[in-house]
Design a protein around this ligand. Structure first.
Ligand code: ZN
Length: 301
């Protein structure tokens, strides 16, 4: 999995910082997560091929998370895109985007599908043979979801020495990878585990922005490999976090620790802070493996 941070700051675009947007490359998919103003510029800067993006996940309808979307949809059209585009977002986004397209008479020439979300419980919103995506209902001022991206378990791997020693016909290799016992050339049963190795561990990534501190998400993100959790404020400004339904770095670390996450990535920083290292210092007191999101930074896991 490869995560590219296109923008990780709250509120407004500024000269050197962008509002929220990320690209997750997972099992040959290129998923766009949130689409703040300026996202298409950052996609170009980070050399993400537009044509690869077929699924866009929008957490909520605050502008710093989706004001770049209509521009991106329009650019796809100008680039004569033909592939379908699926957008997963809170109910209301379809109305906003179609009104903009209608009044500017700029309908797309490709198929645009809106999957509008309304549930307050976690639900499976995308699945194929490689990946599953679930919503993570968050606690914010308006209806908001995070997203959990999970690789499906792959096939078992052949232990070629053992396979050859066991004298298994090549026609059975497929069955072995699928976990079945097979017969050798003399008709004796070959135990699958004696000639195969477990598949690579399937990884998971949870995106949680924007949200107040919420232990309700713990059962959904338990054991996640990488957790992106917003930390708009430092603990000294906790009084600002509560009414705006945002989190502090300390709170994000507490969630990561309770969820038993492998790595925590912090982001969605308020523009009031110049020294972002303070976020890492604060979170590191509670949780060991803390990373700071930064526009243009990539994480591979
Ligand atoms: Zn928000």
């Amino acid at each position: 999995m490869k995560l590219t941070i296109l923008g990780c700051h709250s509120a407004t675009p500024r000269t050197n910082t962008n509002p929220t947007s990320q690209v997750l490359e997972i099992k040959n998919h290129t998923f766009l997560i949130d689409c703040g103003e300026g996202t298409q510029v950052e996609l170009r800067r980070n050399k993400v091929k537009f044509v690869r993006i077929k699924h866009i996940f929008i957490s909520h309808l605050h502008g710093d998370h989706f004001f770049g979307l209509v521009g991106l949809i329009s650019t796809f059209k100008l680039l004569t895109r033909e592939a379908d585009l699926h957008v997963y977002a809170p109910k209301g986004l379809k109305e906003i985007i179609t009104l903009q397209m209608k009044l500017s008479d700029s309908w797309t020439n490709y198929k645009l599908y809106f999957h509008e979300l309304t549930s307050d419980s976690s639900e499976l919103i995308f699945e194929d043979d490689r990946v599953e995506v679930y919503t993570i209902p968050l606690d914010h001022r308006i209806y908001t979801n995070g997203f959990l991206f999970k690789e499906k378990e792959g096939e078992r791997k052949l232990d070629m020495n053992a396979v050859l020693n066991a004298d298994v016909d090549v026609a059975y290799y497929r069955k072995l990878k699928q976990g079945f016992d097979v017969e050798d050339s003399n008709g004796n049963l070959v135990n699958n585990k004696s000639v195969t190795k477990p598949p690579n561990k399937s990884k998971s990534y949870a995106f949680c922005s924007d949200t107040a501190y919420s232990e309700a998400i713990l059962p959904i993100i338990k054991g996640v490999d990488v957790l992106y959790h917003e930390s708009t404020f430092l603990e000294k400004n906790e009084k600002l976090a509560t009414p705006t339904k945002h989190s502090t770095a300390k709170q994000a670390a507490s969630i990561a620790k309770q969820a038993n996450a492998e790595t925590l990535i912090l982001g969605h920083y308020s523009t009031r802070y110049d020294d972002l290292n303070l976020f890492k210092e604060e979170a590191s007191e509670i949780f060991e493996n803390v990373e700071l999101a930064k526009d243009g930074k990539t994480f591979e896991f």
